[in-house]
Design a protein around this ligand. Sequence first.
Ligand code: ZN
Length: 410
Amino acid sequence: MSTTSIDRDRFRERFDEFNQIGATDAGGVNRPALSNANKAARDKLVEWFRTVGLDVRIDEIGNIFGRREGSNPDAEPVMFGSHVDSQYNGGRYDGVVGVLGALEVIETFDDADIETDRPLEIVAWSNEEGVRFQPDMLGSGVYAGVFDLEYAYGRTDDNGNTFREELERIGYRGETPCEADDVHCYLELHVEQGPYLEEAGVSVGVVEDVFGFSWLNVTFEGQANHAGPTPMHMRRDAFAATTDVAAAVREVTATEGADLVGTIGSVEVHPNAINVIPERVEFTVDLRSSDNAVVDTAVDRVREEIEWAADREGLECDCEEIMRVDADQFDEGCRDTIAEAAVDAGYEYTRLSSGAGHDANYLNEIAPTGMIFVPSVDGISHRESEYTEWDDIVAGTEVLFRAVEKRASR
Ligand SMILES: [Zn+2]
């Protein structure tokens, strides 16, 4: 068992300095992918990677890697990291904890003069958040072979700029081919973004699995008419049917599987006027659970409700599943390594599921993968008020250090 510890003050200083980049008045950061602030954050990171002696490479999609050699040059590396792009006016912790935590782990190995057997590679994935360019987790997705590079390059933001143009503009279209290397394992430290660790009163979460989800795009087409003279029985109201579906989503989540969650997050009503019956409504449904069969059943039930609602109201209806991702378990060996690392570091831990997607999901497809969560106060994230106690970040980073040490010396 290692008695080495990270340097919490050095880490804190670096964390605060980093979060001055793109800082907002309300205490968050605004560093969406490939923005000027995201470039400044990347520049700072590359500078720090080089300062601690890492061999830096940038791949074609803008993923940034820093490598510290081990004693065995032929061994597959232990890879760990996260992302530094943010939501628009997002929080200071999401992603940053995992990348700067990784850098702190490297420095801890350096300070203690520990030579690992395997090389260590830390990474900041490109465009994890997917707010400016969809889909999310694009950098890790291309790396893992889930998306092809040309598809990613062609994604556009709201102003019609392509991902490729913006990547070139900020100088981060690197030369390293973006393809999966042989990786011994991938570990990611991240804030939980949910309430469970705080409720459990522990600092460390071993992530067992990730929720699967389905995204539906629904359009109801009825008939616009005057809100006054049109009697109720003559209406074909696209919004009235939408409210039936909204109630059904709540009903389904209450009756199918304990961890099922459902959200109607986007609704566009046309013509959206106070005295006109809604002619057309376009809306989305997001259904998630750690159990794929539960997602299947929920999707079936919601689809049925959509058809019934359209029928009742006399509407044309179109329902398309635009995205389906299966629930997935993380590698058992990695989960156990993280749990052992938590015990070694003297922290209580609990095992939990991740409701949100992370770069680790895609890495899980190409290498044994594990995730460490630290608590999010009030379960809040993707907002400027996102907060995690420094003691908890230190705990998660200590666990990451020990997990990496175990994996890299085996
Ligand atoms: Zn994140």
